[in-house]
Design a protein around this ligand. Structure first.
Ligand code: SAM
Ligand code: MD0
Ligand code: SF4
Length: 350
């Protein structure tokens, strides 16, 4: 599909996707198996053409607010799993409001309110509803919530009080791998929460990890699993081994597989939101991810913030470089621009 063809033919491949062509499992197998630099460049080129058709040079920016790092779960890949003996924090309402006020003065299209499955909020979901209300009040912006699995009643209440988007990543749709990653957690309940949210009018994001024991066939299962849920946003992130966790000693893969999968996602979900996360490799990494077909920058954290990311490429760095100003400067150097708020709203109100 991609190897051994020239750039003129690649334009035809992009056109066929834009006109509605669906990739077969064999197509996916071929694309995910590419190893030659030149072939991967071609794949990225097709993905960019498809993205540019739907979005032009416009990019969406999400601010990341990890307001509680407490968690009752035991995900094998995650630094914040309950068994890891780390420093944790939970912001109070004043701290949350003051961060929200700061976000309001930046170019940000949506605020991502993320937490571990903190019992403080999960046992009394009203408290989380209050957080959403407060951030809505302060910013007036669309709100994404990434709270883990919540029940139907709570999801409904959150939606009624200003939550627009639910991010809940299955990590993998391969059930054997899921059991090893989200140890002791129900596959079906996690999937259900995302589907329920979609049915009552949220936009939803699904996502997978790569470099975490997934081979090509397992990745295809995950891609098809995500497709079944018809998400509005789809992501892939490279697994980054975290100190103090069961998967600490696993070798970290390069970003190559992630970049291929981002392009494949663009061909499978041509007009959907696909993020370039700053959390993995900062702004330099963002450039590669956008060049692979992403159209959203996530995990923007202001320069003076002491809040954490999830993977936290900058945990050891003295200076942070993932604020919206630095992101926009780099976007412009690539010929891209932040979209208007109206453009973003029209996508999430569809
Ligand atoms: N606690 C909520 C949940 O699990 O849905 C939301 C926050 S959780 C930390 C957000 C996502 O970060 C996870 O779903 C996973 O995809 C990603 N993540 C966590 N640890 C990671 C790691 N070590 N490498 C790559 N991605 C990771
Ligand atoms: C990111 N650190 O986009 C964030 C996080 C949760 N909705 C998103 C994984 O990289
Ligand atoms: Fe908790 Fe989310 Fe980390 Fe799992 S991924 S341990 S639920 S913070």
């Amino acid at each position: 599909m991609i190897s051994n063809i020239n750039y003129w033919d690649l334009d035809a491949v992009a056109d066929s996707i834009i006109r509605g062509r669906k990739l077969t499992d064999d197509n996916l197998r071929e694309l995910l198996s590419l190893t030659e630099e030149e072939d991967i460049q071609k794949l990225n080129y097709v993905a960019r053409k498809v993205r540019d058709h739907f979005f032009g040079n416009r990019v969406f920016l999400y601010s990341f607010v990890y307001f509680s790092t407490h968690c009752k779960n035991n995900c094998a890949f995650c630094y914040y799993n309950r068994c890891n003996d780390i420093q944790r924090y939970r912001l109070d309402m004043d701290e949350i409001r003051s961060i929200a006020r700061a976000v309001k003065n930046e170019t940000i299209h949506m605020v991502d309110l993320t937490m571990g499955e903190d019992p403080y909020f999960h046992n009394e979901p009203e408290k989380f509803v209050d957080v959403v209300k407060a951030v809505k009040e302060e910013t007036g912006l669309p709100i994404m919530i990434s709270p883990g699995v919540m029940d139907d009643t709570t999801l409904t209440k959150l939606h009624e009080n200003g939550a627009n988007f639910l991010a809940l990543y299955q990590e993998t749709h391969d059930k054997d791998l899921y059991r090893k990653l989200r140890v002791g957690q129900s596959f079906d309940e996690r999937n259900h929460a995302r589907q329920f949210a979609k049915n009552i009018g949220y936009c939803v994001e699904d996502g997978i990890l790569t470099g975490v024991g997934n081979d090509i066939e397992s990745t295809i299962v995950s891609l098809r699993g995500m497709e079944n849920g018809q998400p509005d946003m789809v992501r892939v992130m490279t697994f980054v081994p975290q100190e103090g966790t069961p998967l600490e000693e696993v070798d970290q893969e390069s970003s190559l597989s992630e970049l291929k999968i981002i392009s494949v996602l663009r061909l499978m979900f041509p007009d959907k939101l696909i993020p370039a996360s700053l959390d993995l490799e900062g702004i330099d990494g963002m450039v590669h991810r956008l060049n692979a077909g992403a159209n959203v920058v996530t995990s923007i954290i202001s320069a003076d913030s002491s809040l954490e990311g999830v993977v936290n490429y900058d945990r050891e760095l003295e200076e942070r470089d993932r604020d919206s100003k630095s992101v926009i400067k780099r976007l412009r150097s690539m010929g891209m621009e932040p979209a208007s708020q109206a453009e973003f709203n029209s996508i999430i109100e569809k």
